[in-house]
Each structure stands twice: as C-alpha cells, then as structure tokens.
Design a protein around this ligand. Structure first.
Ligand code: NAD
Ligand code: SER
Length: 333
C-alpha cells in the first residue's frame, strides 16, 4: 500500500468518467444520462466486447480482472470517476460460481485500488438485494439486518460492500453504492439474473407470444423501473458527501409484485396474452430474497423517492416496446 488519499477527493475537477460493463442492461441506459450531464467527450465506455448499438462515446475493450489494462486506461485518459458495473449476475453466476466470484471480486478490488492509487474523485458500484438470504426479514427488509446470501453472486456483493466500506474508512475513498432490486427497462435485455422474467414478459406480450415464467405466480420480489434506477444512481452520486451515513450500500425500494400481478396489469392492454408457470432453479434463489425493502435511510440521507408504480411502469414499457416494434416493421418494408 502506498500513500493515504484521505481528503484528496474533496478537490473539485472536471469529471472524466469511465463506465465498466457499459454494454449491459444498466450501462447502456446510464451512459446516455451521463453523456447528457457531463458531455459525451467526458464519458469513456468499456466492456469485454464492442457495443452492438451505435455510440459516439470513446470505447475501450477492458476485462475488469486485467489490472494493468485498467490502470493504463485510467492513466492515459485521465479518468477521475468510475461507474463500475461489470459483473456476473445471480442466475448466470450459479453456472460457474468461481468465475462469478473472480470477476465480481477481482474487478471491484482492481477498481477500488485504482481509486486509491489515482486519487479518483468518486466511484459508483452497484450491490443488490441478493445480499439478503433466507434468514433476513422479508417484509420489510431493514438496512441493517441478518445478511447470509445463498448465491455466489450474493456472497460477492456482500463481500464487495464490506470492501467499499473498508476503502472509505481506511483511505477516504469516496465510493457510493445502492442495493438495486430487479431492474426493468425496454432498451436492453437483462444479462442472466433471477428477476429477468419481469423484462422478458413484456417482450412476449408485445410480440403476441405465450410467456413461460421460470418463477411461481405468487413469488413477490422488489423491482424498479430503469428511469428510477438511473435517478437513484445520479442522485446518490450528486448527494452531499457529508450527508451519506451508509458506506456499505443503501437499500432502495420502488415496486414489489408477483409474476401474476404484473401479468394481470399487462393483460389489461393485451387481453389475449397468456402465461404459464414452470419454476426452475431460479425459484430457490427468489425464495431467499426480500419481498419489500425498507429504504428509510436512503430517503432520509439523500431524499430518495421513486417516480414509477406498477401501473405507470407497465404503461410506459408497453408504449415504448410497441414503438420499437412498429419502427422495426416499417424499416423491414
Ligand atoms: P448485464 O449482465 O446486463 O451487464 C454486465 C456487463 O458486464 C455486460 O455487458 C458484460 O459483457 C460485462 N462484463 C462481464 N464480465 C466482464 C469482465 N470480466 N470485464 C468487463 N466487462 C464484463 O448486467 P446489468 O444488469 O447491466 O448490471 C450492472 C450492474 O448492476 C451489475 O453490477 C449488477 O450486479 C448490478 N445489478 C443489476 C441488477 C439488475 O436487475 N439488472 C440488479 C441489482 C444489481
Ligand atoms: N436482478 C439481479 C439478479 O436477478 C439482482 O441483483 O441477479
């Protein structure tokens, strides 16, 4: 370990942001908002592979477990903030738990250590409701409670939260984090989580296909519409540092529903839509997670408040997916 960086993050400089895992479900939408705030020239995107969507952001191929490559990018592009999104999610993580642990843990430790060495101004890193386990209270799940995750993903997020707090306490690194619930958006497909059904169901409805749900109809989980997730992220990153009392990761809550409840809401617009339930290995993961999150600390410290409920989220998702479908039909003719 080299010099201590305590206090250095207080200096103000023009942000030059690096987003890791930027081509994923969250990264592709968050980048658009960061571009609007900081300018596309100040937002560098990175991922394992080139983005599929056309982008004007500077792109760097980066495997976050490659320490030297990360350091090279930070130094050569004079990065001052990192949004570290690259990860293997819960369901995919169970296919190879050791790989999930390595990518999630080594990636985060590389970013935190880079933050200390390069005296970065701020780091954002998402945690998840997956830190909670069967012994955590389910409704509501408090900010501070029993944390015994059952997936490799959840274990990596729990350990990651403690490392974030460690770098904050030991080195004064300004690292901020949210425990996202399942994220729902229309722009990209999710990357292998237990909450993915709540995105897939919309695509099937709009395509006029039958939906097979991998969770049982009454499995209630906390979810959030992407615009609220992005608002929460940016609000937290803009919040006055002195007001932040949680240095592991903040609980945030928006909407809790079961597959049957979201199906019934979609059916109001697509009356012939049908769903069947065929729970698989993801049911056990979902059964270990909370139903409703107590986010009083986030509301108190930085005024967190979501905008979307189930009804308004479903309406907006269906409207946007229908527009995308109609546009594709026009372009194919
Ligand atoms: P995603 O799977 O859609 O995207 C992750 C991205 O990381 C992908 O583009 C992938 O190519 C990239 N990646 C994987 N391994 C990498 C590596 N070794 N080096 C560099 N890039 C790598 O996931 P997402 O939904 O966008 O999630 C982003 C972050 O938010 C993750 O940390 C995830 O744990 C967290 N999160 C997401 C949700 C959700 O519902 N989507 C919920 C809670 C937390
Ligand atoms: N939505 C994520 C998952 O299902 C939660 O972190 O993995």
């Amino acid at each position: 370990m080299e010099e201590n960086t305590k206090g250095v993050a207080d200096k103000v400089r023009t942000p030059k942001i690096l987003v890791t895992g930027a081509c994923g479900q969250l990264g592709s939408e968050l980048t658009e908002q960061l571009n609007k705030i900081y300018g596309v020239e100040n937002v560098v995107i990175s991922d394992l592979k080139e983005p599929v969507k056309k982008t004007t952001n500077h792109f760097e191929a980066l495997d976050v477990t490659d320490t030297n490559r990360l350091y090279e990018i930070i130094e050569s592009l004079e990065i001052t903030q990192i949004y570290h999104l690259a990860a293997i999610l819960s369901a995919k993580g169970e296919e190879n738990p050791h790989i999930a642990w390595r990518i999630n843990m080594d990636g985060l430790l590389n970013v935190l250590e880079a933050g200390r060495r390069w005296k970065l101004d701020k780091i954002y890193w998402p945690s998840s409701i997956a830190v909670f386990g069967v012994n955590s209270p389910k409704n509501p799940t408090p900010q501070n409670t029993v944390i015994e995750p059952s997936t490799a993903y959840g274990i990596s997020k729990h350990a990651g939260e403690l490392w974030c707090q460690y770098y904050h306490d030991q080195f004064g690194l300004d690292v901020r984090s949210l425990r996202y619930p399942g994220l729902i958006g229309y722009q990209g497909l999710p990357g292998g989580g237990t909450t993915d059904y709540a995105v897939d169901i919309f695509h099937k409805a709009v395509q006029g296909e039958k939906f097979t749900c991998f969770l049982s109809k009454d499995t209630v989980l906390p979810m959030m519409y992407m615009p609220d997730a992005i608002k929460a992220t940016l609000d937290l990153m803009e919040a006055d540092k002195e007001k932040l009392s949680v240095h592991t990761s903040y609980n945030i809550q928006a909407i809790s529903f079961s597959p049957e409840e979201i199906f019934n809401e979609i059916k109001k617009s697509y009356p012939s839509f049908t769903t069947e339930y065929a729970p698989d290995f993801r049911q056990k993961i979902a059964d270990s997670w909370p139903e409703v999150i107590d986010d009083a600390q986030a509301r108190n410290d930085w005024n967190w408040e979501p905008n979307y409920d189930l009804k308004s989220m479903v309406a907006d998702m269906l409207k946007n997916l229908k527009e995308i479908k109609d546009l594709a039909l026009v372009q194919n003719h």
